[in-house]
Design a protein around this ligand. Structure first.
Ligand SMILES: Cc1cc2nc3c(=O)[nH]c(=O)nc-3n(C[C@H](O)[C@H](O)[C@H](O)COP(=O)(O)OP(=O)(O)OC[C@H]3O[C@@H](n4cnc5c(N)ncnc54)[C@H](O)[C@@H]3O)c2cc1C
Length: 372
């Protein structure tokens, strides 16, 4: 029997919707993540040989987009889990791969740092060999699910020094690894638990390395970049779909009673809604082509990967801005359901690679210049 992720996600999307308000108030989406695990969706991209469903990026994108229509924070938590899982599937230990496949292990990326900020490909954290162990020292600025993940895919300088990076699989409970108690109190994606983490003399076995010493940069560009850009685009598209749906429902269902007409009967409103639909559909088409480029190993894959997140992040900000405008003053309150989407949609532009970093990379790629 085939694993029908599109059918299985529906009841879980309803759980995410039911919890969206409390998650927006800052709670981690524990119930939804548990449901995803039980349904086999945390192990969606894990190989069949470790008990996973063996599906790839297109399936992950569909699941993340569906969740984002109900709750941006939950979709971002799953996005980061899949990105880290993609690395662990390639390079991680079998016991962790098996636990992820069984829905019993949540993971995430801990790449961004206080020092190198959104330029995550140049970590300032260190890893020092000590016998069979490695001692980690780090100041990570954000990691989604920081208090809740079982492990972090973690970057440091190479043990041998130099400008590249090395990746590690770090259990959250490692002594010396500390997640900031204050938690995440952000504008949007308020339940995604994207909290700062420090490491002081944190000892892990040298075997916790993911790939070669100094191989982190290649993994970031070859695996993390396509997975993150596609799934972050999926979050943005899910938020746009939700904004269009709620705006249409409000405009069609709200009357100017003295005139006996609905808001949707105002030509300006219809034009704004048309623009929202066009932007959403343009980005869905671009993402579909990006997935086709990746799966077909097309020559324009890098350009599409860079374009998709830059475009969807900008469009989500514009579409949700229009949603706020069309829905009027009541949109500032919670009842219309667009202000949370408006706030959540802002994150994509500053999550690295940020929109401006992507414009710089894309300009280089289009001009035939080296990215770095
Ligand atoms: C909700 C949320 C969740 C997150 N989750 C994670 C996570 O799970 N894991 C993780 O590792 N990180 C995560 N991050 C961090 C994120 O990926 C970025 O690293 C972080 O948002 C950058 O913030 P900053 O203040 O350090 O930006 P800065 O680096 O200080 O950026 C300031 C400005 O400089 C611009 N800029 C910087 N470099 C360039 C360049 N080369 N070209 C053009 N412009 C440039 C930026 O675009 C921005 O406009 C998360 C962030 C948020 C907001």
């Amino acid at each position: 029997m085939t694993f029908d992720h599109e059918k299985l996600i529906e009841p879980i999307a309803a759980v995410a919707a039911a919890n969206a308000a409390s998650v927006d108030a800052g709670q981690f989406p524990t119930e939804t993540m548990r449901a995803l695990g039980e349904a086999g969706l945390l192990g969606l991209i894990s190989a069949a040989e470790v008990g996973g469903r063996g599906l790839g990026l297109p399936a992950a994108a569909a699941v993340v987009e569906r969740l984002a229509r109900e709750c941006g924070s939950t979709a971002m938590v799953l996005c980061m889990h899949y990105c880290a899982t993609a690395v662990i599937e390639e390079l991680g230990p079998r016991d962790v791969r098996t636990a992820i496949a069984a829905g019993k292990h949540l993971t995430t990326l801990a790449l961004s740092e206080v020092g190198s900020r959104s330029q995550f490909w140049v970590p300032m954290s260190t890893a020092t060999l000590d016998g069979n162990d490695v001692i980690l020292t780090a100041r990570k600025s954000f990691a989604t699910s920081a208090h809740n993940a079982d492990s972090y895919v973690w970057s440091s300088k190479p043990m041998t020094g130099g400008e590249l990076s090395t990746l590690w699989l770090v259990p959250r409970t490692t002594a010396g690894v500390r997640v900031a108690e204050a938690g995440f109190d952000g504008l949007g994606l308020r339940g995604n638990d994207s909290t700062a983490i420090t490491a002081e003399n944190a000892r892990i076995p040298a075997t916790a390395r993911l790939g070669e010493d100094g191989g982190g940069f290649g993994i970031m560009m070859g695996t993390v970049l396509p997975w993150f850009n596609v799934l972050a685009s999926s979050v943005s598209i899910g938020l746009m779909e939700a904004a269009v749906e709620r705006t249409c429902a409000h405009a069609a269902g709200t009357k100017l009673q003295h005139a006996g007409t609905a808001i949707a009967e105002l030509p300006t409103v219809r034009a704004y809604i048309a623009r929202m639909r066009i932007k959403t559909d343009q980005n869905k088409a671009l993402l579909a082509d990006t997935l086709a480029a990746i799966t077909g190993k097309r020559a324009d894959t890098l350009v599409r990967v860079l374009e998709s997140k830059a475009s969807a992040g900008e469009a989500a900000a514009e579409v949700t801005d229009l949603a706020m405008r069309v829905c009027g003053g009541v949109a500032f309150r919670k009842e219309v359901g667009v202000e949370r989407i408006f706030r959540d949609a802002r994150a994509a532009q500053v999550m690295s690679p940020t929109t401006d970093i992507l414009y710089d990379f894309l300009g280089k790629a289009v001009c035939g210049l080296p990215l770095f």
